[in-house]
Design a protein around this ligand. Structure first.
Ligand code: HEC
Ligand code: HEC
Length: 213
């Protein structure tokens, strides 16, 4: 697929709307940087007790779940956050009940089906995905400890009624999850890869899906 480039007039419009002007400078990296390695399940084989092993595996997977690329979309309030330091979305967005934004200003107004580079701005790109929307209120992760995120993720009352098998599939195949490793220029990716995350979640389930203390 050919990448569309945001033409300058639109970038100028966004700047006029305060979207670009109000942003913190992007620090540290000029383009997407990798988040480093994720330990494979085999590295936990030496932990003899399976519950202890399960906890350690989730803790490793949580390095992805707590990465800004994930939790910017799993915020504590109905407003998404942005950037590496998770500042409030500029302009302030209220996702509303639908998770797709208020009537008249849906997420898709600005977030297209794929990432769009912006030429000539320090905001390098606008993230995109055909299903771009905020995670529901019951799936808020910001402000929670890793233990609390773990309990919430496996609680069918709060996780969209997902079984353990559904969780492996969601983290391994969902497009919004996968976007995190292709976040567009100017954003870092979480550690590892989507298949590596799925392998860890799978190993976590096999060892009893125990949550860290
Ligand atoms: C663009 C926003 C967005 C991004 C980015 C995103 N998510 Fe989500 N996430 C959602 C939405 C929306 C749902 C609800 C989907 C549903 O129930 O069908 C969700 C649901 C989930 C769930 C279901 C269970 C639960 O309790 O939350 C998991 C697990 C999850 N996301 C993991 C991740 C991980 C891991 C990442 C990063 C690698 C990530 N998400 C990035 C929007 C996002
Ligand atoms: C008026 C345009 C506009 C609308 C509407 C909009 N966004 Fe954004 N959003 C942006 C821009 C521009 C960026 C990139 C800013 C950056 O990288 O600092 C962005 C970035 C984000 C990010 C940060 C990604 C990351 O990890 O850095 C999230 C999450 C996000 N938007 C969610 C949403 C959601 C959910 C909605 C709908 C409820 C929405 N946005 C509606 C313009 C918009």
């Amino acid at each position: 697929m050919t990448k569309r480039t945001l033409a300058l007039p639109l970038a100028a419009l966004l700047a006029a709307a305060g979207i670009i002007a109000g942003l913190e400078p992007i620090r540290g990296f000029a383009e997407t940087s990798s988040g480093g390695a994720l330990k494979p399940p085999a590295e936990f084989a030496s932990i003899a007790d399976s519950t202890a092993r399960s906890k350690a595996i989730f803790a490793e997977a949580s390095r992805v779940l707590t990465h800004p690329r994930c939790i910017n979309c799993h915020p504590a309030t109905r407003s998404p956050t942005q950037g590496e330091e998770m500042h409030p979305h500029v302009p302030l967005m209220i996702a509303a009940e639908s998770s797709m934004g208020p009537a008249g200003l849906a997420c898709s107004t600005c977030h297209g089906p794929e990432n769009r580079p912006i030429v000539g701005s320090r905001l390098k790109s606008i993230p995109g995905n055909a299903h771009w929307q905020l995670a529901p209120e019951s799936m808020a992760w910001q402000g929670l400890s890793v233990a609390e995120i773990c309990e919430q993720v496996k609680d069918t009352e709060r996780n969209g009624n997902r079984s353990h098998a559904d969780l492996i599939k969601h983290m391994g195949e969902d497009h919004l999850v996968g976007w995190a490793w292709h976040p567009g220029e100017g954003r870092s990716a979480p550690p590892g890869s989507q298949p590596e995350l799925a392998a860890l979640i799978s190993a976590w389930v096999e060892t009893g899906a125990a949550c860290p203390d």
